[in-house]
Design a protein around this ligand. Structure first.
Ligand code: SF4
Length: 375
């Protein structure tokens, strides 16, 4: 039987760099034709190597701003179809920036097979969008969502940001309500992180909420979203039932996926690799693949599974890794204080999410070899 595979395609082009962003992207659109040609060649080559053993059930075009490449994206999707068996009900996601997509483009992409649209909205407050350096207004985003629906996308989500300079609990709540009023099926709520090699890192903006205020924003957002019918299925991801992103779930459940384009990671056949090199190097065929060692070990499983509402499955720990749970005093305290819940699975509460790094460390130390435990 062919194994299920996810494919990530990185489209590293943006009209302008947002102040906080350290993703791999450039504003030189003259590279797009050469870039897409290289991407298609790499996808076809991977198809020759692995296409006979895999069927693709999820595809994700991310960036960057994929919609900057317009209908050329269809060439890359066609290369996937040519190299691999693509499931009829495959989830095929497309990230879109409101200022770079119109109805005509969205119709063409929907017609080519894209079926899930994720719009980078970030906030319903134009002042906050400006502070982030976004190139669009909230009304642009409203139009993109409406055009996505009109183009036939029945699964439309939006990203929002928490911890924007001068964001208040009230402005955050207005954004959540505005997202729900748009009828979004999926909401990703990311906490703003100041990365060193960004305009924000070099010149930290005024008005950033402190750690406590950001934590409060997260807890309020999670509770508001839940009240509006969006369940948290991963630390930063909320969805109406049935609209969880199947592709992203592969990352957190250690599924097999191949990534194409600079900085894209793959986890395939137990090895993790990444594509190294800048956008121009990649387009010119000078990027290379770096081996990053094995993937799928017990610590990695704990770290990724704990992010999800499914949590760390104690049976998986025992059957796959030969490790049995041995709660200690710290774990009991975390449970008593409501940060984690322990049954046949270990999951984080909303409050526990804020402590997730420490919980992961504690949990990795709370397992012992099953044989030893059974002595
Ligand atoms: S649109 Fe997205 S990828 Fe592009 S610069 Fe802004 S945050 Fe980064």
């Amino acid at each position: 039987m062919k194994k299920a595979l996810g494919i990530y395609v990185h489209i590293p082009f943006c009209v302008k760099k947002c102040g906080y962003c350290d993703f791999c992207s450039v504003a030189d659109f003259s590279l797009i034709p050469e870039y897409i040609t290289r991407l298609c060649a790499d996808i076809r080559e991977a198809g020759e190597k692995h296409g006979a053993d895999c069927r693709v059930d999820t595809v994700y075009f991310g960036g960057g701003t994929p919609t900057c490449a317009g209908t050329r994206l269809i060439d890359a999707l066609d290369a996937i179809r040519a190299g691999f068996e693509l499931d009829e009900d495959a989830e095929i996601s497309l990230e879109a920036n409101p200022a770079t997509a119109d109805l005509e483009l969205l119709k063409a992409l929907r017609g080519a097979g894209f079926n899930r649209l994720s719009v980078g909205i970030q906030s319903a407050d134009d002042g906050e969008l400006k502070k982030l350096g976004r190139i669009h207004s909230f009304s642009d985003a409203v139009r993109t969502v409406a055009e996505g629906r009109a183009a036939g996308f029945s699964d439309v989500g939006g990203d929002m940001m928490l911890g924007i300079p001068d964001q208040t609990p009230e402005s955050m709540a207005r954004t959540v309500r505005a997202f729900a009023a748009l009828g979004l099926d999926h909401v990703s709520a990311y906490m703003l992180k100041i990365e060193p090699d960004t305009p924000f890192g070099r010149n930290v903006p005024d008005g950033l909420p402190d750690e406590e205020q950001t934590a409060e924003l997260y807890l309020n957002a999670a509770s508001l979203l839940r009240g509006l019918g969006y369940e948290r299925y991963e630390i930063s991801n909320f969805a109406k039932p049935g609209f969880e992103c199947r592709h992203n779930m592969k990352y957190w459940s250690l599924g097999d996926y191949l990534g194409f384009g600079p900085t894209a990671h793959s986890c395939f056949g137990g090895r993790r690799t990444s594509v190294e090199g800048g956008v121009a190097e990649y387009a010119a065929g000078r990027a290379y693949v770096k081996d990053r060692g094995p993937c799928g070990g017990a610590d990695e499983y704990i770290m990724l599974a704990l992010r999800t509402s499914g949590g760390v499955d104690l049976r998986v720990m025992e059957e796959r890794y030969g490790l049995r749970f041995k709660p200690n005093a710290v774990i009991s305290e975390l449970e008593k204080r409501g940060f984690i819940s322990v049954s046949d699975k270990i999951t984080l509460s909303d409050e526990g999410v804020l402590l997730s790094n420490s919980v992961i460390t504690e949990l990795t130390e709370a397992f012992e070899p099953a044989k030893e435990a059974g002595k």
